[in-house]
Write a protein that binds this ligand. Sequence first.
Ligand code: G4P
Length: 507
Amino acid sequence: MTSNRRTFAIISHPDAGKTTLTEKLLLQGGAIHLAGEVKARGQARRARSDWMKIEQQRGISVTSSVMTFERDGVTFNLLDTPGHEDFSEDTYRTLTAVDSAIMVIDAAKGIEPQTRKLFEVCRLRSVPIITFVNKVDREGRPVFELLDEVADMLALDVSPQGYPVGMGGMFQGVLDFATGSVSRPEGPSKEFLGRRDENAELPEDLAEEIELARAGYPEFDIEAYRNGDLTPVYFGSALKNFGVSELIDAIARFAPPPRPQPSDEGPISPERDEVTGFIFKVQANMDPQHRDRIAFMRMVSGTFKRGMKLTPSGSGKPIAVHSPILFFAQDREIADTAEAGDIIGIPNHGTLRVGDTLSEKNAVRFTGLPNFAPEILRRVQLKDPTKTKQLRKALDDLSEEGVIQVFYPEFGAQWIVGVVGQLQLEVLVSRLSAEYKVEAGLEASPFATARWLKGPQAALDSFAEFNRANLARDRDGDMVFMAKSPWDVGYQQEKNPELTFSAIKER
Ligand code: G4P
């Protein structure tokens, strides 16, 4: 049985056109529904907690959402990744829940830093990538230069699947290699409204250039694409609707259906009968009166039915999932069934945490949901010392949610929080105050970064003996080396070749 599910994300640098493309994909898919956002626009808006205000002030989207649409019998699950670089950790985790990605690049800018960072995460998990070169209705860089940049910077084979017929003022449409037709701009807005010229005459110099492009780059090879070694490249304009339907077709035809997921007993196939899945994101309810959360579960196998009992690996206590949320059609719908590749939202009171496996038999554990070494570390300074217990609870909760990472030093009483981006610190302080009534400040810590330690027990013990002042435990009790500088990490690694100092923790 081949699944008709395609679960994917869009990766890009801010401003490349991800939002515009998302809207166009949903329009073409027929169903416009922005989960996550629906809630924010509804009555819950009035009750937003403070951290949501930060989000509003900054004009960024902190919460990722799930959008489901259908076309020609294929169900697409598009997971939105927050574009702001401060939230990269959340974004990374979302990428663990997809089977493929679309990389959007701006034709005038090429590969930008955030695109590259996100690409590296995709590569870590061999997530196949389709490239969409956007904004060809504007003046952009020469096509060959763009193709070569993707190939060189990302060390990927590139296989163009079409070609812009001019750009900017000279823009006359986009040639599709598969059909040989050119989609043409129409009307005052010069949009693509459905006119395609078959066997269109092209200016001679352009025809030659296109011949060179077709001969000079590898042909599309689905195996190479699915292994993450080759990316098909489409050209278009999200704003003017060029290349969008070609892109959807490419996802439907080439992008992989739900893939087996790594676990402690080896890859778990989507064909397995048992319902299994993992939590890749937890979103606190926007209503501060209720401490409810929605845990987003990526279904790995089985057919989920409403009311089913699933056991989270964290608590080990089965829960009956009575009101799961499916992100579908015009509104959030209560899910009756869901299958491998789908995302369901499970309301809970904090029992489910990021990285948890949920399953019927409570036997498998999915691995590979990464934590990233924080680049910013702060000591938490409690203003009212009688609130230590509340603070610990809050830090544990928020780290379970993935907002921060928390480190409890072996020596000394001051807890340390770690984040990948500055904005997370503001979110932390305001949520501590709004939701836990804990007033806390953050002060400089002597540490610059953290590394998870692994190795033979004897080597760990002897390292611990001499470096107690630099050791901490994370929320899972795993040992972490708190480094004063990146140099410190290198130095210790050299001195302790038996140990690994890892910047990524795979759960
Ligand atoms: P993002 O989510 O990746 O950050 O990008 P977004 O879609 O918001 O697009 C960023 C800007 O680029 C927007 O313009 C958008 O209209 C424009 N844009 C997106 N796709 C295309 C395209 O294919 N061609 C052209 N010419 N422009 C495109 P803005 O002026 O920043 O915002 P707005 O005032 O238009 O909303």
